[in-house]
Design a protein around this ligand. Structure first.
Ligand code: PBG
Length: 300
């Protein structure tokens, strides 16, 4: 779910039909609706006011920021909701990168310090699980250590282990207005930290590191173009494997269905079943509520 400041506010995301940036009150209502359908876990992404985005992304560690307030509101109203927060700087960075940019480069270690601080803030707000999607090296170990030190030993880490430098994130970046900005001294893409789509073996290297560093769940992202990677990770680890059916994958199916070119229910279900068949134990998808409704119907 995408969160925006305000009350009673719902700003549609054009390239993600059925999804909108919702204010906190509407997010809570949607969680309630989802829980009634049997969907109990929620990944949250904040659409930060542009005036709060800075080069140093300090808003990311503000305990009163939009994301922390959202977590508190959900857990306050619905203690059974399982809340997963995203750890990366892009929603807060005026440059649109997941890490800090210095002299034209995304700097790993300084970013990791900030990510660990961010995870502690989310845990204090009530997050059940933090999900680093930034792809910096060593961040799982740093986040685990910081959480433990802060007494949040119960907070789990889902690591975006094999996150590819993909074109399928386009609609998500529209939703958060978070694409890398076109400016001198700002890298134009995320290829220095996200993975090369042609490389499957690197996923195994990343998986071994994340496991060693203390990740609880390993994620592959996107899902459909990387089913082989999901399968390889499933065979390489005993940890749960998650897959992220990303915004572009959702948008493609929605767009084709809107034109009457594909049957939405059949094809969305087939996509999700395919991801599970490849070996995903956990799926992040924007179609969760539709799927839950179809599934309920199918039992009648
Ligand atoms: C960034 C982040 C991205 C997504 C989740 N976290 C985009 C990116 O890496 O640019 C994409 C998810 C989607 O497309 O649904 N930290």
């Amino acid at each position: 779910m995408f969160v925006i400041d305000g009350e009673g506010v719902s700003v549609p995301i054009v390239s993600m039909p059925g999804h909108a940036r919702l204010s906190i009150d509407l997010v809570v209502t949607k969680c309630q609706e989802a829980l009634a359908l049997g969907v109990g876990a929620f990944a949250l992404f904040p659409a930060i006011d542009p005036t709060l985005k800075t080069e140093d992304a300090r808003e990311a560690v503000n305990q009163e920021n939009l994301l922390c307030r959202t977590v508190r509101a959900i857990k306050g109203a619905l203690p059974n909701a399982y809340v997963i927060t995203d750890i990366a700087l892009d929603p807060y960075s005026s440059m649109g990168h997941d890490g800090l940019v210095k002299k034209g480069e995304v700097v790993n270690d300084e970013t990791v310090d900030l990510l660990a601080e961010m995870a502690v803030a989310h845990a204090e707000a009530g997050a059940d699980m933090v999900a680093p999607s930034d792809m910096m090296d060593g961040r799982v170990a740093a986040i685990r250590a910081a959480l433990d030190e802060a007494g949040s030993t119960h907070v789990a880490i889902l690591s975006y282990t094999a996150k590819y430098a993909s074109g399928f994130y386009g609609p998500f970046r529209e939703a958060l207005d978070s694409a890398p900005v076109d400016a001198p001294d700002v890298p134009k893409d995320k290829k220095t930290y996200q993975m090369d789509p042609a490389n499957a073996r690197e996923a195994l290297v990343e998986a071994a590191l994340d496991e060693e560093e203390g990740a609880d769940i390993l994620m592959v992202k996107p899902a459909l173009p990387y089913l082989d990677v999901i399968r390889r990770l499933r065979m390489a680890t005993d940890l749960p494997v998650a897959a992220y059916h990303v915004s572009g994958e959702y948008a493609m199916l929605k767009a084709a269905a809107e034109r009457g070119w594909l049957d939405e229910r059949t094809c969305m279900t087939e996509a999700l079943v395919g991801i599970a068949r490849a070996g995903a134990d956990v799926i992040f998808t924007y179609a969760a509520l539709e799927y839950a409704r179809w599934y309920k119907e199918s039992l009648r």
